[in-house]
Design a protein around this ligand. Sequence first.
Ligand SMILES: NC(=O)c1ccc[n+]([C@@H]2O[C@H](COP(=O)([O-])OP(=O)(O)OC[C@H]3O[C@@H](n4cnc5c(N)ncnc54)[C@H](OP(=O)(O)O)[C@@H]3O)[C@@H](O)[C@H]2O)c1
Length: 257
Amino acid sequence: MSQQTVLITGASSGIGLELSKKFAAKGYAVVLLARSGARLEQIAEEIRMTFKVQAYAIEADLRLANATTLIAEELERRKLVIDILVNNAGFGLLGAYAVLDAQQQLDMIQVNIMALAGLTRLLLPGMIQRNTGGVLNVASTAAFQAGPNMAVYYATKAFVLSFTEALHEEVAQTKLHVSCLCPGPTETGFVAAANMENVNLFKLGAQSAEEVAEYGYNAFQRNQAIAVSGLKNKFLALSAKLSPKFMTRKIAMVLNR
Ligand SMILES: NC(=O)c1ccc[n+]([C@@H]2O[C@H](COP(=O)([O-])OP(=O)(O)OC[C@H]3O[C@@H](n4cnc5c(N)ncnc54)[C@H](OP(=O)(O)O)[C@@H]3O)[C@@H](O)[C@H]2O)c1
């Protein structure tokens, strides 16, 4: 699938940045998207120099209700055709639903769900028509159970997992790949942004963003529908599936303290 163009959201740091480098290293042209325009330009330049591929930066805020329309206009203006979409941008917030800022939680739904679904609807028909490419969505092990003290975040990731699994089947008769990457705790800016530095979940150990990206890239290439990164996280996801819900939500409450 080389020589194709990949749009990666949340490419300015963490898992998105590492996925961008991974695709570029394999010869894909990359379109990097995030709010930090200057940082993206710098990363694009580094990618061009290091991997000798085309790299573009698009500054966009996925909290905006019209983000998909603005991105569509920008892609059109630059005559960019996207073969692979990596919906990676996302954020979480630690705290009780009734206490956390109301607007920030709605913004989370906008970024983690609405933008992801909007961009997928924008780009998937073209992929199906060309019968090549696909979508790699980044959910989380949070997708496998309810998450008290991070209620909205866990629910957004449950949406991403369910949505991606469904799309995987819808395009099963095509050459498209559709995968859902589910990382567990990962050392990125996510932790500080979510105010999670001291929670029990992260005390159990975290993977590096590079490890997660490597695993996610390979899972997408083999068209794996659900890809849980790391052995410990695979075990936790499986036990969440097998345990009664009253138990998994109580365990999540303890881990999110
Ligand atoms: N780290 C973990 O423990 C972990 C675990 C499971 C799943 N995940 C998921 O992995 C994905 C990547 O997160 P990460 O861990 O790599 O965290 P990160 O380092 O904080 O990266 C988040 C990325 O999303 C972008 N972003 C955030 N809000 C945005 C907005 N409104 N518009 C456009 N871009 C926005 C950020 O760029 P700007 O700030 O420049 O906009 C940044 O590039 C997320 O979906 C997260 O939920 C993370």
